[in-house]
Design a protein around this ligand. Structure first.
Ligand SMILES: Cc1ncc(COP(=O)(O)O)c(C=O)c1O
Length: 424
């Protein structure tokens, strides 16, 4: 298939010997994309015996029974739930989320909130708000891999800044700003961070770094996009205020979601930002409003006594899964480095130099254990300073979806492959 070679004044489509031709018709952001479909990995598509350590699916054991809330939504609230909904989202749900975030030290009203179709949709909208082609965006190395194509689809230039056990290196971020200023380049538009229980690295940004990051953003004039899906999936350790809670100047745009706490299939999330930004975001949201039905179901569940009990079950289950996976890895692959996150869904493994993460992930998939090579979590655009780790000495394992027995079985299979690679 030939793509984008003809003049844009003469778009051409049609069939040729090479297949369907789109000459000069597709947008730049779409023209270079692959035309193959991704390998099946959703729970309903998994083959027999496959152990899924690859994605952040919820455990079926903690998917809540929402029947009574859905019944109420479809009967008592039918006039609302089967209509278009307001672009900003239902006021009661926004009030509930404001209170929920205020428990973490924020000072939000429903006007600071907008309901979206999950955090990823929130990120996409934030990009519509902030990015012109060629704008710079800072991501951590490593970063949440799905944000990479989202930011790229807005033709952003991605800059990587390292993180350590205390989260993003704010000193390096400042050095990056200085170096761009010296080269007469504009500062980045925003820095994207996962403040709590980072995906994939599991670390949380320390209290001091949070203060420093928010102060730097206010001083140097960039936004912080705080993506925080795992905050309440906390197992132990202190609850550090969110970046949004520290924000006095309106520089933090926070994306939240019910995917990790209730169910990802609901696709209900939110953006919290200054009302002046929310007002603009509303005009950029073109989906006709997030489903009123699903918002009502979520709201009725969240305000019911079942919700706190549910959150407790979620935490208890995932901490059990984490412990089981950490124990299995320490037992079966004792020379592999493993972080122990205080919350969230993921283990980030550090492999010895002789084992390549991509090769390990490929061999594991052949043995029906799905995991994600670390390199996928790097934007690969050269870090700051340059020549950073490219992620090949890491793999990410998710412990959320697999049962404890599958965790044991999957790690055993992985360990056999790993030991063989190590020996070779
Ligand atoms: C850091 C991060 N942000 C966003 C999401 C996706 O959230 P949502 O399902 O609300 O789009 C995930 C899910 O894995 C995530 O890990």
């Amino acid at each position: 298939m030939r793509l984008g070679s003809a003049s844009r004044l003469e778009p051409r489509t049609g069939r040729s010997g090479e297949g369907l031709v789109f000459d000069g018709v597709l947008a730049r952001r779409a023209a270079g994309l692959s035309t193959s479909f991704p390998t099946p990995h959703f729970p309903s598509e998994l083959g027999e015996g496959v152990v899924a350590f690859d994605s952040g699916f919820a455990s079926p054991e903690v998917l809540p029974d929402l029947t009574t809330f859905a019944m109420a939504a479809l009967t008592t609230h039918r006039d609302e739930t089967l209509q278009y909904s307001a672009n900003q989202g239902q006021p009661e749900l926004r009030r509930w989320i404001a209170d929920y975030m205020n428990e973490d030290g924020c000072d939000l009203t429903p006007d600071h909130l907008m309901i979206v179709n999950g955090a990823k949709d929130g990120l996409d909208l934030v990009c519509r708000l902030l990015l012109d082609p060629g704008d710079a965006v800072v991501v951590t190395a490593p970063t949440y891999f799905t944000c990479i194509p989202i930011f790229r689809s807005f033709e952003a230039q991605l800059l990587e800044v390292a993180q350590d056990d205390d989260g993003i290196r704010v000193d390096e971020l400042e050095a990056l700003l200085d170096s761009r200023a010296q080269d007469a380049k504009r500062p980045h538009k925003f820095v994207y961070v996962v403040a709590d229980y980072h995906n994939p690295a599991g670390v949380s940004i320390s209290a001091e770094r949070r203060q420093a990051l928010v102060a730097l953003a206010a001083k140097r004039g960039f936004f912080i996009v705080e993506d925080n899906p795992y905050r309440r999936v906390r197992f132990e350790g202190p609850s550090i205020p969110t970046l949004k809670a520290l924000d006095r100047e309106g520089v933090v745009i926070h994306t939240g979601t019910f995917s990790k706490l209730i169910a990802p299939g609901l696709r209900i999330g939110w953006v919290a930002a200054e009302p002046e930004l929310i007002a603009r975001l509303l005009q950029l949201k073109s989906d006709g409003g997030t489903s009123a039905l699903l918002q009502r179901i979520v709201y009725e569940f969240c305000r019911s006594p079942a919700f706190p009990d549910h959150v407790e079950r979620v935490r208890r289950l995932y901490v059990t899964h984490r412990d089981r996976m950490v124990a299995a890895i320490r037992r079966e692959m004792p020379d592999v480095g493993v972080n122990v996150p205080h919350g969230g869904y993921y283990l980030w493994l550090t492999l010895p130099a002789s084992v390549d993460g991509e090769a390990l992930a490929r061999a594991a998939a052949a043995a029906s254990v799905n995991l994600i090579p670390g390199s996928k979590f790097y934007a690969g655009t050269g870090g700051f300073p340059r020549n950073r780790d490219d992620g090949r000495s890491h793999v990410r394992l998710s412990y959320s979806f697999a049962t404890v027995d599958d965790i044991d079985e999957g790690v055993s299979r992985l360990a056999r492959i790993y030991q063989a690679m190590r020996a070779a």
